[in-house]
Design a protein around this ligand. Sequence first.
Ligand code: ZN
Length: 263
Amino acid sequence: MRALILSDIHANQIALETVLKHAAGDYDAVWCLGDVVGYGPRPNECIEILADLVSICVMGNHDWAVLGRAGIDVNDFNPHARQAVLWTRDQLRASNREWLDKLPDRPVHPGGFEHLLATHASPREPVWEYILTPTIAMENFAVFDEDVCMVGHTHKPAIYRWRLHSEPDLHDEIQTVATVDLLQLTTDAPIHLATSSQERLIVNPGSVGQPRDNDARAAYAILDMEKMIWSYRRVSYPIELTQSQMRAAGLPKRLIDRLSFGW
Ligand code: ZN
């Protein structure tokens, strides 16, 4: 079983369709890590594509904000993100709003795989926390038991590896210590997600619709569940088409411009 892992589509229909075409034939199920809407110009279309496609999708902070749920003040968003949230709220068809409203806001086991966890932001704060450093990843490894946790939210592809080592302390006594490192990722080298009681992982596929790692191409991953191979991919899409849709919708210029640069 191979899963197509999508995250942070952010209503970028052109990027989503390009990814689906690029990955065609390489997957058996689609799992989405949230933030289907917000920022981008085609929220209804993206929900309608995903509703027919995904076997799981978790809720992201932008999905949550668009729903206007308690627990989030849209004023906590920066002015451009807020403007996009309010615009999206206005655009959303009732049936699509209902679909968003049913997304789980807690971590789930995708496909019923008990050794795998999926959440938008982090296991500790499923909708809000950014795992951007090994220190924050380390704190999060303490709050889940599964071998691998998949997250999105940062819009940056990443793999954090937690390992237990034995090493001598100052008195030459052997101690067990845990460390977390951020692995280097390349798109042409699939990674074996090796896990054991000594080794666990937090993996992030990056963002389909608004990458922030200085690479403007759409990012996604394929996870082969039998071999536990994570293939991280990038694909160019016609950014200018999404940008002209955004301009026509009157979305903020800064959000339009950033897509060209991937920040
Ligand atoms: Zn996002």
